[in-house]
Write a protein that binds this ligand. Structure first.
Ligand code: GSH
Length: 200
């Protein structure tokens, strides 16, 4: 088994943090997406979405989509990171999707369309980049207000929703999207998550 990845990219980071939290080690193979290695026919055969990360099993079966990879490992040996009770599972799913759809995807779209980093493979639209950036910043108060009410996104326990939100904030920092104001509850949550062994 191995994971094809480009280590610092957000969705690969999400899988790496999940595996670290679960105490699992999986061999990795680096794919340089900036150089377009994921555009090759060989890689396209491995990855249904043409993107990293991709988990390749020993029998040759492959699984892409970071959350699907996390779910696979959770199904093999429950990690608790998708929630323990029915309500917790619902909340984990809800917050993971909210952070992904209203935070991560707008952040990626803003970065890609404003910098043109992948102009070799897509048409970049500056106005869409700006709009995506506005949507990203409009999401932050929602995150702040949730973290004013709860220790972790889904409640009292750390979950994959927190890994997703951490990934968002890490990506924003790398992309130069500074927080536009003080968010004390996000800051407290961030310090709490940073102290976890998997995040060292
Ligand atoms: N929804 C997918 C998104 C994967 C994705 O966006 N991967 C990026 C790196 S974080 C990528 O491979 N980009 C290369 C490209 O766009 O050509 C997931 O969660 O795995």
């Amino acid at each position: 088994m191995k994971i094809h990845q480009m280590a610092p990219t957000p969705n690969c980071l999400r899988v790496s943090l999940f595996l670290a939290e679960a105490g699992l080690e999986v061999p990795r193979q680096e794919v340089n997406i900036r150089e377009g290695e994921n555009l090759s026919p060989e890689f396209r055969r491995l990855s249904a979405n043409g993107l990293v990360p991709v988990l390749e099993l020993d029998d040759g079966t492959t699984l892409c989509e970071s959350l699907a990879i996390c779910r696979y490992f959770d199904a093999i040996g429950p990690t608790g990171l998708f929630g323990h009770t029915p309500l917790e599972q619902g909340l984990v799913e809800m917050w993971t999707r909210l952070v992904e759809h209203q935070g991560l995807i707008p952040a990626f779209q803003a970065f890609r369309n404003l910098t043109g980093v992948y102009a070799d493979r897509e048409t970049c639209v500056e106005a869409w980049g700006q709009e995506s950036k506005s949507r990203l910043y409009a999401f932050l108060p929602k995150l702040e207000s949730r973290l004013a009410q709860a220790t972790y996104l889904a409640g009292d326990r750390f979950s994959v929703a927190d890994i997703t939100a951490w990934t968002l904030l890490a990506f924003m920092a790398r992309a130069g999207f500074d927080l536009d104001q003080d968010y004390p509850n996000i800051a407290r949550w961030r310090a709490r998550v940073a102290s976890r062994p998997a995040f060292q």
